[in-house]
Structure formats: C-alpha cells, structure tokens
Design a protein around this ligand. Sequence first.
Ligand SMILES: Nc1ncnc2c1ncn2[C@@H]1O[C@H](COP(=O)(O)OP(=O)(O)OP(=O)(O)O)[C@@H](O)[C@H]1O
Ligand SMILES: [Mg+2]
Length: 277
Amino acid sequence: MKLLHSGKVRDLYADGDDLIMVASDRISVYDVVLPTPIPDKGAILTQLSLWWFERLADLVPSHVISATRVPPEWAGRAIRCRRLEMIGVECIARGYLAGLGLESYRATGSISGVPLPAGLTEGSRLPAPVFTPTTKADVGQHDENIDFDQVAALTGAADADRLRELTLAVYGRGHEVALDRGVIIADTKLEFGRAPDGSIILADEVLTPDSSRFWPAGQWRPGQAQPALDKQFVRDWSLRSGWDKRPPAPPVPAEVVESTRARYVEAYERITGERWG
Ligand SMILES: Nc1ncnc2c1ncn2[C@@H]1O[C@H](COP(=O)(O)OP(=O)(O)OP(=O)(O)O)[C@@H](O)[C@H]1O
Ligand SMILES: [Mg+2]
C-alpha cells in the first residue's frame, strides 16, 4: 500500500480509491510530536471515533467505509475510508470557555467575532455553543483563528453556512450524549471533506480526547482549570518541565505516560459504557 501522508498522529495509505487511515500511539502537544508513545492511544481514538460516527450518521454522512477491511497488522487502529478533497478549515465548536477561546474572551469579550456576555470565567458554559473556525496550518505552522466571513471566502457562502450548521449539530449531539454519561465535551475540532459529487462529509476523527476537551461532569467548577480526560495533562506536564514548545520535545516520564493512557481509557469507557480491552 502506498503511504500518502504521515501526519503528526495518523498515517494515510491509498488502497485503490480508498484511504486506509492508521492511528499511531504518537501524541502531539502544541503541534509538536512527543518522542514517547502512549500505549493503545491509536486504537482507543479509532474505536471511539467509530462509535461516534455511527451515532452521528443521521446528522451527517461520514468517510467510514469499513473498520474491519484493513490490513491485519493494523486491526483495531485503522479505518478504511473514502478519500476526500479536504476542506482547509478546522471546524471548532465551543460550548465552554477554555484554551484559546478563554484567551480571546479575556482580550476582546468575544470569540471569532461572536460577542459574549460579561462575567464569564474559565470553564463557564457559554449561553449557546459558538463556531470558532481556524485555518489548517502547514507543517511547522500554527492554526490561526478566522471569522465566518473568512471561511466563506475560502469555501463559498453556502458551504460556510453548512459547515457551521454541521459543526454545531455534531457538537450539540456529542455534548448531550456524553453529558448523560458524566463527561462534559467543552469543545471539539472537526474536519470535513468533499465527495466527488460536491457533498460535504465528516472526515478525520470525531469527538475524541485528541480533538476535544473532555471534563468529568461531576468535578466541573467554573472559575478554575478543570480536571480533564484528554491531552491537557500532557500539556501541563510539558510546560512544567520548562520546555519552550519548540521541537524537539522532551521524553515523557513513565508515570505521565501511564496517567495519560488511563485518562484516554477512562474517556472511552465512560462515553461508550464499554470496558477497554
Ligand atoms: N477522508 C479523508 N480524506 C483525505 N484526507 C483525510 C481524510 N480524513 C482525514 N484526512 C487528513 O488526514 C490527516 C490525518 O493525520 P493527522 O491528524 O496525524 O495530521 P495532522 O497532524 O492533523 O496534520 P498534518 O497532516 O499537517 O500533520 C489530516 O491531514 C486530515 O486532514
Ligand atoms: Mg489531525
């Protein structure tokens, strides 16, 4: 099979017209891949994405063709999907204030041109989820916030409307389902592609701890940083280690690897209600 692209986390192979997307155990923080893998991470992200794609199918078609028709050495961590022309926008929905959304709110009182009420704090739930797209940056670059009009300039107005509508619909469904299982999805990043007939299809991964902020609902306390079942733990460790966010990143200590793996497993188990492995 021909390797088309090796991303920070996933490797893409061509199999005829199809794509085989293989999720590795690599982890990236601040757009830099760490030298230490997190065991089982690729399989956990793949299985959780598949679980969600099924539960979103009535809202938006997905790129999944088969989770089982993949080379046996990648079983469990690979998905056979439709090879799409990707839309170069990271479609982010935010339902709570954290990360870059929080920074933007503190600086301007708004996010991506959407004004928000005064008095919100770190971890606050927003009155309604907002669409805060970014560009999809090239290797070595960081994504940049863009507003709705800039999306429209890239994709056309009709597709921009559709991307916003789909992003908020997927986030809304995900938030509702996960909350029922004790997990707050604070925000998430989606990627869409175009099929040959022009229709918009949900691609990449969906509602995973790599692409989203997951907070245990029982411990949610606005006004402080939230405990998280996602990469935040590794981001926090990497900054405490004194790393300057530039490659190469330092190796990850065994206890941080183990705690990170445990968080990914917990996210999977809580959301799906199934035991991992
Ligand atoms: N159905 C699809 N067809 C074509 N490309 C896809 C499809 N689904 C996802 N992709 C692309 O596959 C890649 C997944 O790899 P990964 O997430 O590791 O890369 P990345 O770190 O996000 O970005 P980069 O590729 O810049 O390193 C992304 O570039 C994503 O846009
Ligand atoms: Mg990616």
